[in-house]
Design a protein around this ligand. Structure first.
Ligand code: ADE
Length: 256
């Protein structure tokens, strides 16, 4: 997978892409990340990448010519890539979008700044406008990093344990259960006894119930999308949680 990031702040990316799992995935050749300075494609001697909006109004708009040239150049190196614009006007990025991206050969991500980019670039080149949440950042750079991070860890072989991504919070629409490590007793707060029992079935059951309880309490909106096996439904019924789930689903109109 190759990511091409087009930005007027290339330095933004140097440290985050050089740490942890992303660094290792790049070193191992599982992902390639190329950062391009849009300013390098500016036409005038001041290397202008923005200009005032036609029709007046506050702020500046990113000019089409440098963006078009930067996108064409990235396409030359990443010919099968989808072109994504990071902007608060976009479709909300989520785990299923990340999983879809992880199957692609490449992504070209345009980091918008100021009041946005010239609409003709969106019409001509952009396959998808993407937002990472309902808040406004100073630009698309942080959003592009979020996409690189969330997608890279889903590429097979990137995470050490092959199934840790499939156990993720959002792959099942359930939040993760609480985790504990040594010491057993931290200033009087002890670890749940079952986790020390060595009984793998009991531990799996405890984690599943904890995960469902947490999801009901914190993110009931996710429950409608969660699917449970017959055995899991029996556990939830025994714990008195199934009626709660049905109540939430009834309210939200979700089923299954
Ligand atoms: N640029 C500014 N805010 C953004 C957001 N929420 N998501 C993606 N790009 C952005």
């Amino acid at each position: 997978m190759r990511f091409d990031i087009l930005t007027i702040f290339p330095e933004f990316f140097s440290s985050p892409l050089d740490e942890g799992i992303i660094r290792r995935a790049r070193q191992d050749g599982m992902v390639e990340v190329a950062v391009t300075n849009i300013r390098d494609f500016a036409l005038d001697r001041h290397a202008m990448t923005d200009d005032r909006p036609f029709g007046g109004g506050e702020g500046m708009v990113m000019k089409p010519e440098p963006l078009a040239a930067a996108i064409e150049s990235a396409r030359g190196k990443n010919p099968r890539a989808r072109v994504v614009l990071l902007s608060p006007q976009g479709k909300k990025f989520d785990q299923s979008e990340a999983a879809g991206f992880a199957d692609l050969d490449g992504l070209i991500m345009i980091c918008g700044r100021y009041e946005g980019i010239d609409e003709r670039i969106i019409d001509r080149y952009v396959d998808l406008e993407l937002s990472i949440g309902d808040y406004v950042l100073t630009g698309g750079e942080l959003a592009a990093l979020v996409v690189v991070d969330a997608v890279t860890r889903l590429i097979p072989g990137v995470l050490g344990c092959s199934d840790s991504a499939s156990c993720d919070t959002f792959s099942r629409n359930l939040l993760k259960h609480p985790q504990y490590t040594r010491p057993r007793d931290f200033e009087g707060d002890t670890v749940p006894e079952v986790l020390l029992s060595g009984d793998h079935d009991a531990i799996a059951r405890w984690r599943f119930i904890a995960s469902v309880r947490r999801t009901i309490a914190r993110r009931p909106d996710l429950i409608s999308g969660a699917r449970f096996s017959g055995a899991e439904i029996k556990i939830l019924q025994a714990e008195g949680l199934w009626s709660e789930i049905e109540r939430i689903r009834g309210k939200s109109g979700g089923g299954g």
